[in-house]
Write a protein that binds this ligand. Structure first.
Ligand code: FPP
Length: 260
């Protein structure tokens, strides 16, 4: 069995990834190349974020998480931050009918408490209205940071340990599963395929814990140019990989034969 991840099992994977996480990079460069302002890039990026839900469903993906706003993005120019928040407040309510029609459950990963009122309300409304849908989870990562997620979990665990009648026992019971259980991602599957558009090859604080065994896929395509075909290429690439989780190929084949 894999040494660390509790919800994964070794497999050679012709199946589609269950959870795809995407770092939607390149909106600013796309806008610049068109002689437009950065917000226009984000607007176009939001259109692709809307469209990819259907493409992902067609591919059999069950959870799709999109990195829309990181904990570090607050440091961007005020106008850009305001523009991104307005996009959320305006576009989310507009997307609700199609989310209902597509059976999309909208969810959030991150701390939305500091979001401006309009954006927060739009997010809460979308979560509430789509809560019973079960076609695909669209998880918007908002004011999200992987390090912050881990820190929040550690703080919760330390608090539980302090409150426990036997702190020693509580500490001894701490393992990878109980730590993950304290994280925001506790009821979301680990990331199978992590895609980053825009040509950079880094994680930028996205899903640090849950991408431990993710397959990484980097493409130069700028997010506003990303299409159903690009998603298909990423999935084809994923399906051609052998997910070994620290085992050898031979061990995997033996496991596979046992399951045949
Ligand atoms: C990174 O591109 C993109 C972001 C920081 C924001 C992503 C947001 C969207 C795609 C819009 C989503 C909005 C809604 C309402 C869901 P960048 O700006 O860093 O691009 P650059 O590297 O070319 O400058």
């Amino acid at each position: 069995m894999p040494p660390v991840c509790t919800e994964t099992s070794p497999e050679i994977s012709p199946k589609p990834p269950h959870h795809v996480g995407i770092i939607m990079d390149g909106n600013g460069r796309w806008a610049k190349a068109q002689g437009k302002g950065r917000i226009e890039g984000h607007k176009k990026g939001a259109e692709i974020a809307r469209d990819i839900v259907g493409w992902a469903q067609n591919q059999g993906i069950k959870q799709l998480s999109l990195y829309a706003f990181s904990t570090e993005n607050w440091n961007r120019p005020k106008l850009e931050v305001r523009g991104l928040m307005s996009l959320l407040a305006i576009l989310l309510p507009k997307s609700l009918p199609s989310m209902m029609q597509q059976n999309v459950r909208f969810r959030v990963l991150g701390d939305i408490s500091p979001l401006p009122r309009g954006a927060k309300k739009a997010v809460e409304q979308a979560c509430q209205q789509t809560i019973s849908n079960d076609g695909i989870d669209l998880i918007l990562c908002l004011n999200y940071g992987g390090q912050q997620e881990i820190l929040a979990a550690v703080k919760a665990i330390v608090q539980q340990t302090i409150n426990a009648t036997s702190p020693q026992q509580a500490l001894a019971a701490l393992d990878l599963a109980s730590l993950r259980n304290a994280m925001w991602c506790r009821d979301i599957a680990p990331v199978d395929l992590l895609i980053r558009t825009g040509g950079e090859t880094r994680l930028s604080n996205f899903h640090l814990w849950d991408a431990a065994y993710a397959e990484l896929y980097f493409t130069d395509v700028l997010w506003p140019n990303f299409s159903a075909l690009h998603l298909q290429h990423a999935i084809d690439d994923y399906q051609a990989r052998e997910r070994r989780y620290g085992l050898t190929s031979e061990q995997l084949q033996a496991i596979d034969q046992k399951h045949d």
